[in-house]
Design a binder for this molecule. Structure first.
Ligand SMILES: Nc1nc2c(c(=O)[nH]1)N[C@H]1C(S)=C(S)[C@@H](COP(=O)(O)OP(=O)(O)OC[C@H]3O[C@@H](n4cnc5c(=O)[nH]c(N)nc54)[C@H](O)[C@@H]3O)O[C@H]1N2
Ligand SMILES: Nc1nc2c(c(=O)[nH]1)N[C@H]1C(S)=C(S)[C@@H](COP(=O)(O)OP(=O)(O)OC[C@H]3O[C@@H](n4cnc5c(=O)[nH]c(N)nc54)[C@H](O)[C@@H]3O)O[C@H]1N2
Ligand code: SF4
Ligand SMILES: [Mo]
Length: 706
C-alpha cells in the first residue's frame, strides 16, 4: 500500500505543508501542497518537488568520506568522527583554541538537529572564531532588535493578513517566498490584501516580480535607502503625522528622533536617491494615513553599508505611526516553543576580530573577515575549520579569497551532504540524513510566522544503521571534543535526549500548553490564531520600554552624514563609471545548493548580468553576448541581458552560481555552472556598525568580453 506523509517543506522560510506519497518500493511518487494545512492552505512552489530530488540525488553523500591522495575514500562513522575530532584537536593543541573556526550556513536554521544541538559543538570548540550566514543576511535586524527591544530575536513580523498598506523595501517575496516573514502562499495573502483594498508599495532598484505586481514601484539607487527613510521620518515630524498611540506609554527617544531628522528633508536628499521630493512626501503621507500599515525591509536594506541604520529607521516608521504591535502593523509572534530565551539576548561586543577588529555580536564575528583570518599569519590565525551546512566560498564576499583560505587549512571538517565549492577542500565530510529522512519542527521560522502555528513532521523514511542524523553527528563530535573546561555530561538532556523529547518539553513549557502528541494528532498542523499584541510584556530591555533612539544607532548617523557630504562621485571620468551591483533571487533557486536538481535548473540560463539599455549602449554591450564584469577583488565573464528591468547605473547577478570548479561533484549543477557574484563582492565593504556584508551597490565595471 502506498502511504502518505503530511509534513512541512524545509527548504525556505515559508513552512508550506506538503503531502508526500511513497509507494511500496519506498519511492516518492508525488509531493503536493497540503490543502488541509491551516497555514499554507495547499500552496507550494516549484521547489517542493526538489525534496524528492535531494532524496534520490546520486551525488548526495550518504557515508562519511575522507580525502586521500587518490581521491575521496569512504569510511565508517566511528572512524570518521574520531578522525574529524583528532584533526581539529591537533590544530588546537599546536596553535591554540582560536586556531579552529566554525561557519554555520543557512540550512541550519531549517534543521532541527543543529537548532537544538549546534551550540554543543560551538561550545566544545571554545573558539572566538565563530561565523554564520547571519552576517551576510539579517545581522542588522538582530543588532537593531537587541538595542531597541532588548532581544536580538524579537523580529517584528508584517501582519500581512490584516494590513491596509504594505511598504516593501528591498525584498522580493513573490520569488523568495518571504523572509523574516514566514507565510506559506505569500502571493495569495498579498492578493487578499489588495482585494481588501489594501496597497502594496515596493522600493527596489529592479522591477522585480513583486514590484511589477504591486500597486506602486519606486526604483531607488542601491544603498541609498537610508536617505529615503530619514526623509520619510522627517516628513512624519514635519507634517505632524507622528501618532505612536499606546506605544508612547512605553517608548523612550521619540523627541530625540524628531531632532535627528530635522535636517533630512526630502528636498535635501531627493537628487541623491533619484526621486522627486514630492514623491517622498506622497509615499510617507499614504503610509501614515492608512488605517494600518507596515514598513518591511529585507536583503535589499539589510546587506548594505547602512544596513543597521536602515533597518532601525524602518522600525522607527512603524513606531511613529503607531503600527508596531498592532493588528495590520509589525507584530510579534507567540510561538508554541519559545526560542526567545533570556540568555540569548545579544549584547555589546565581547570581542573583536583579530585582523580588522570587527565586532562580535550574539557570539559571532562577521564572516566578511573569515578570509583574512585564515590568510593573515600570526598568533590566532585560523588554521582549521568546521563548516556545517554552509557554502561560504559561493555565499560570502570575496569568495575567491576564501577558496584560497580553505585550500591552505591544516584541517577542515565539513558536515554537509555534497562535495561542493567549499567542502571539496575538506579533509573529512560527515553527511547527515536530510530532507524527507528527518523529523522536522521549525523552531526559528515559527518565530517569524504571520500566524501562530505549530506543526511536527516525522520522517518519511526509516534509514539504516549505516546513516547518522545531524543530531548524532553534532553530538558525536561535541562529545569527542569535550574538555575539562567543557565536559560531556550524560545527565544533561541536551547531550542525550532525542530531539522529539526536547520539542515536547518546549511545547509543554510554551504559551499554548501543547504536547508532541497533540501535534502528531494534527498532521496538517495546528492553527494558533492571528498574531496578538505582545508589548510591553515581551520587551527584554531592563526597563521594559522601547529604546527608540539608542546611542549606537544615533551615533552611526554621523557616518551617514559624512557619506552624504562626500557625494556619490561624478561620472565625468573618461569611460563609463562603475555600475552598482545588486543580487537577484529566482523562484527555482535556493542560495547555492539546489542546482543539482534537473527540474529546477532547466530552461533559459539564469546566471546572467542584467544591465539597463542606456548603460549597455555607452559600454557597447550586446544583449546575449558574454561580458567581463570586474571589481576590486575579481572578475567574471557571463552573458549580459539588456533590460530596463533594472534602473540606470545598476547591474544585477544572482548569487549561488559558480559551480564549474575542479573537484566539485555536482553533475547537474556543473552543466549549469554560471559564475559567482561573490567573486566580485568585496570583503572590505561592510556595514561598519555591525560588520554585516554590504553586498548591495558593490562598484563593478562591465565591458565586452572580447
Ligand atoms: N551576493 C550575495 N551573496 C549572498 C546573498 C545575496 O543576496 N547576495 N544572500 C546571502 C544569504 S541571505 C544567505 S542565507 C547565504 C547562504 O549562505 P550559505 O548558507 O553559506 O550557503 P547555502 O548555499 O545555503 O549552502 C548550504 C549548504 O548546506 C548544505 N546542506 C543542504 N542541506 C543540508 C542538510 O540538511 N544538512 C547539512 N549539514 N548540510 C546541508 C548544502 O550542500 C550547502 O553546502 O548566502 C548569502 N550570500
Ligand atoms: N527562490 C528563492 N527563495 C529564497 C532564497 C533563494 O535563494 N531563492 N533564499 C532565501 C533566503 S536565505 C533569504 S535571506 C530570503 C531573501 O528574501 P528577499 O530579501 O525577499 O529576497 P531578494 O530577492 O534577495 O530581495 C532583495 C531585493 O532587494 C533589492 N535590492 C538590492 N539592493 C537594494 C537596495 O540598496 N535598496 C533596496 N530598496 N532594494 C535593493 C533587490 O533588487 C531584490 O529585489 O529568500 C529566501 N528564499
Ligand atoms: S515556498 Fe518554500 S516552503 Fe513552500 S514549497 Fe516552496 S520551498 Fe517549500
Ligand atoms: Mo538568507
Amino acid at each position: 500500500m502506498p502511504r502518505t506523509h503530511q509534513r512541512t517543506c524545509s527548504l525556505c522560510e515559508a513552512m508550506c505543508g506538503i503531502v508526500v506519497t511513497v509507494d511500496d518500493d519506498e519511492q516518492v511518487t508525488s509531493i503536493r501542497g497540503d490543502e488541509d494545512d491551516p497555514f499554507s492552505r495547499g500552496h507550494v512552489c516549484p521547489k517542493a518537488v526538489a525534496l524528492q530530488d535531494i532524496h534520490t540525488d546520486p551525488d548526495r553523500l550518504r557515508h562519511p568520506v575522507r580525502r586521500t591522495p587518490d581521491g575521496w575514500e569512504e569510511l565508517g562513522w566511528e572512524e570518521a568522527l574520531d578522525l574529524a575530532a583528532e584533526r581539529l584537536q591537533a590544530v588546537q593543541a599546536e596553535h591554540g583554541t582560536a586556531s579552529v573556526g566554525i561557519y554555520l550556513g543557512n540550512p541550519n536554521a531549517h534543521n532541527l538537529g543543529p537548532q537544538l544541538f549546534g551550540s554543543l559543538l560551538i561550545r566544545a570548540l571554545r573558539t572566538p572564531n565563530r561565523f554564520s550566514a547571519t552576517s551576510v543576511d539579517q545581522l542588522p535586524h538582530q543588532f537593531v532588535q537587541y538595542h531597541v527591544l532588548g532581544h536580538q530575536l524579537l523580529f517584528p513580523v508584517p501582519d500581512v493578513e490584516r494590513t491596509d498598506h504594505f511598504l516593501v523595501l528591498g525584498a522580493n517575496p513573490l520569488q523568495s517566498n518571504g523572509s523574516l516573514m514566514s507565510a506559506g502562499g505569500i502571493k495569495d495573502r498579498l492578493r487578499e490584501l489588495r482585494a481588501r483594498g489594501g496597497r502594496v508599495v515596493v522600493v527596489d532598484p529592479r522591477r522585480t516580480a513583486t514590484a511589477e505586481w504591486a500597486d506602486e514601484h519606486h526604483p531607488i539607487r542601491p544603498g541609498h535607502d537610508v536617505l529615503l527613510l530619514l526623509a520619510m521620518v522627517h516628513v512624519l515630524v514635519d507634517e505632524d503625522l507622528v501618532a505612536p498611540g499606546r506605544l508612547s506609554a512605553f517608548t523612550d527617544g521619540l523627541d530625540t528622533i524628531a531632532d535627528l531628522v530635522a535636517d533630512w528633508s526630502p528636498e535635501r536628499v531627493a537628487d541623491r536617491i533619484g526621486w522627486e521630493a514630492e514623491e517622498v512626501r506622497r509615499v510617507t503621507r499614504a503610509f501614515a494615513a492608512a488605517d494600518s500599515a507596515v514598513a518591511y525591509g529585507r536583503i535589499g536594506t539589510s546587506t548594505q553599508a547602512f544596513g543597521a541604520v536602515s533597518t532601525w529607521l524602518l522600525l522607527v516608521l512603524n513606531v511613529l505611526t503607531g503600527n508596531l504591535d498592532r493588528a495590520g502593523g509589525a507584530m510579534f509572534t507567540t510561538p508554541a516553543v519559545d526560542a526567545v530565551l533570556p540568555w540569548r539576548t545579544g549584547g555589546p561586543a565581547r570581542w573583536h576580530s583579530r585582523v580588522r577588529s570587527l565586532p562580535e555580536f550574539g557570539g559571532e564575528l562577521p564572516v566578511a573577515v573569515l578570509g583574512e583570518e585564515m590568510l593573515t599569519s600570526g598568533e590566532g590565525q585560523i588554521r582549521g575549520m568546521v563548516t556545517m551546512a554552509g557554502n561560504p566560498v559561493l555565499s560570502t564576499p570575496n569568495g575567491r579569497q576564501l577558496d584560497d583560505g580553505f585550500a591552505g587549512l591544516d584541517a577542515h571538517v565539513a558536515i554537509d551532504i555534497h562535495i561542493n565549492e567549499t567542502t571539496r577542500h575538506a579533509d573529512v565530510i560527515l553527511p547527515p540524513t536530510t530532507g524527507l529522512e528527518v523529523e522536522h519542527y521549525d523552531l526559528t521560522f515559527n518565530l517569524l510566522a504571520v500566524r501562530n502555528v505549530a506543526d511536527w513532521s516525522d520522517p518519511c523514511f526509516e534509514v539504516g544503521d549505516d546513516r547518522r542524523t545531524e543530531s548524532d553527528i553534532i553530538r558525536g563530535l561535541a562529545r569527542r571534543l569535550a574538555s575539562d573546561e567543557r565536559p560531556w555530561d550524560e545527565s544533561d538532556p541536551l547531550h542525550v535526549a532525542p530531539p522529539s523529547a526536547l520539542v515536547d518539553a518546549g511545547l509543554r513549557d510554551g504559551p499554548h500548553d501543547l504536547t508532541l502528541d497533540d501535534l502528531r494528532a494534527a498532521p496538517a498542523g495546528i492553527d494558533l490564531g492571528p498574531l496578538e499584541p505582545r508589548l510591553p510584556d515581551r520587551l527584554f530591555t531592563d526597563d521594559h520600554r522601547i529604546h527608540l533612539a539608542p546611542d549606537v544607532l544615533v551615533d552611526d548617523l554621523e557616518r551617514v552624514a559624512a557619506w552624504f557630504a562626500a557625494g556619490d562621485g561624478d561620472d565625468a571620468s573618461d569611460g563609463p563609471g562603475p555600475l552598482a551591483l545588486i543580487g537577484r533571487r529566482h523562484l527555482r533557486d535556493n542560495n547555492s545548493w539546489l542546482h543539482n536538481a534537473e527540474r529546477l535548473v532547466r530552461g533559459r540560463p539564469r546566471c546572467t548580468v542584467l544591465v539597463h539599455p542606456d548603460d549597455a549602449a555607452s559600454r557597447d554591450l550586446t544583449d546575449g553576448e558574454d561580458v567581463r564584469v570586474w571589481s576590486r577583488v575579481g572578475e567574471v565573464v557571463l552573458p549580459v541581458e539588456v533590460s530596463d528591468e533594472v534602473m540606470v547605473g545598476v547591474a544585477s547577478i544572482p548569487h549561488g552560481y559558480g559551480h564549474g570548479r575542479d573537484g566539485v561533484e555536482l553533475a547537474v549543477a556543473a552543466r549549469h555552472a554560471g559564475v559567482s557574484i561573490n567573486d566580485l563582492t568585496d570583503d572590505r565593504l561592510v556595514d561598519e556598525l555591525t560588520g554585516n556584508a554590504a553586498f548591495n551597490g558593490t562598484p563593478v565595471h562591465v565591458e565586452p568580453a572580447g
